[in-house]
Design a protein around this ligand. Sequence first.
Ligand SMILES: [Zn+2]
Length: 106
Amino acid sequence: MGEITNERGIVYLICGSRGPERRCHYIGFTTNLDERIEDHIRRTKADLLEVLTRAGVEWKIARTWNGDRNFEKWLIENKKGADWFCPVCSGEAAMKRATLKKRGAE
Ligand SMILES: [Zn+2]
């Protein structure tokens, strides 16, 4: 159903770290805007985050976008470049990258 992919929500990037050389990234999407996004992610992704925490990986929500599943998909396809658009890994400059405007979604 096409409408579902066009549904707007929050696309989020989680950056996990076990030190500067050992980063991992996770990209997700939620339409549940009523709750605080961190609580929502913590609950829905509890398994993943529990595994990360147990493995001694520190994680945080590095970035969020107002987007849809198509944008999420695009980010996941470009996930190898997550270091490049993750502000935790690349600092302020990352915020100018992988923007919705560049994707023509805004
Ligand atoms: Zn990162």
